[in-house]
Design a protein around this ligand. Structure first.
Ligand code: IPM
Ligand code: MG
Length: 351
């Protein structure tokens, strides 16, 4: 197993170190190669996705990523900003299927801002298309009109084949779960998503056991808070999925709990927490490493088809939570507040 490890910026290096610790404790035959990305890439090679980092990621079987971004890079030209490194590696590796599971660990029911009865038992899989939509559509940019006024343009765009392949991912995942797919769109206003809905309906015919429903994105945002347990698999485009997955994460107590997998057509994947680089708490050893540790479990499951070790990591996380270990973001009275590295140790001990 060749794994490219890209810690990135902010809390990235701290949380990735914990995931690496957990992986190493499994004693698997793994080769881990570290490389810079994001602001770290810019510092090292003047590029948020240095050529050597991309080459390493292409050769590897899987990529484990921390997070990118820091306010100090906000004034750089857009192409040099850390986020562009992340978007480029997703596109270069053709990682079109982003899986973001929002799962509530029973111990954390009281850490959520929602009532425990609303969230307990929650288990949603958000399937977000990751290489298309307004994130990548052309034309884009800021230009000056004839009257001297500036205008900003982005283009929401999806081809039929892009929609079709993410639909197949969502339906296949639903087949292994509760066989329900809710497709999120804005078909009442946006033609791009009207096509999205049509293609979802076509693909659904190949999965007669799966129940397909449709929801406008504004309603989906509301329903996620009102009655989140109505959802099994949610499938949506890049921008809606970006927003709804952050929202769903708060149902689980903290965005620090949400892992993700970004897969290509052959299950090669990049695994990263759904949260950002949190530069405000970087280098203090207080971030929650569980989303990254759980992303490493997803890596074993999806890229290496190693269910048993994926289960081992997930069970160790459950055990550490059951033992009362909590980082600051999920801390509630009566629990034991630990640092990022101590949480990593607790998971290793639980293994
Ligand atoms: C995410 C992040 C990224 C995105 C940013 C950092 C470019 O918010 O992975 O959800 O918008 O996709
Ligand atoms: Mg996001």
């Amino acid at each position: 197993m060749r794994i490219a490890v890209l810690p990135g910026d902010g809390i990235g290096p701290e949380i990735v170190a914990q995931a690496v610790k957990v992986l190493e404790a499994l004693n698997l035959n793994m080769q881990l190669d570290h490389a810079p990305i994001g602001g770290a890439g810019y510092e090292a090679a003047g590029d948020p996705l240095p050529a050597e980092t991309l080459a390493l990621a292409k050769q590897a079987d899987a990529v484990l990523l921390g997070a990118v971004g820091d306010w100090k890079y906000d004034s750089l030209p857009r192409d040099m900003r850390p986020e562009r490194g992340l978007l480029r590696i997703r596109k270069e590796l053709n990682l079109f299927a982003n899986l973001r599971p929002a799962l509530l660990y029973p111990e954390l029911a009281s850490a959520s801002t929602l009532k425990p009865e609303v969230v307990s038992g929650l288990d949603i899989m958000i399937v977000r298309e990751l290489t298309g939509d307004i994130y990548f559509g052309q034309p884009r940019g800021i230009s000056t009109l004839a009257n001297g006024e500036r205008e900003g343009i982005n283009t929401m765009r999806y081809s039929e084949s892009e929609i079709r392949r993410i639909a197949h991912i969502a339906f296949s995942i639903a087949m292994k779960r509760n066989k329900k797919v809710c497709s999120v769109d804005k078909a009442n206003v946006l033609e791009t998503t009207e096509l999205w809905r049509q293609v979802m309906i076509e693909v659904a015919k190949e999965y007669p056991q799966v129940e397909l429903s449709h929801m406008y994105v504004d309603n989906a945002a509301m329903q996620l808070i009102r009655q989140p347990k109505q959802f099994d698999v949610m499938v949506t485009g890049n921008i809606f999925g970006d927003i709804l997955s952050d929202e769903a994460s708060m149902l689980t107590g903290s965005i620090g709990m949400l892992p993700s997998a970004s897969l290509d057509a052959n299950n090669k994947g990049m695994y990263e927490p759904s949260h950002g680089s949190a530069p405000d708490i970087a280098n203090q050893d207080i971030a929650n490493p569980l989303a990254t540790i759980l992303s490493a479990a997803m890596m074993l499951r999806y890229t290496f088809a190693d269910e048993s070790n994926a289960d081992r990591i997930e069970n160790a996380v459950k055990k550490a939570l059951a033992q009362g270990y909590r980082t600051a973001d999920i801390f509630t009275d009566g629990c034991r507040k630990v640092k990022c590295s101590e949480m990593g140790d607790a998971v290793v001990a639980a293994l």
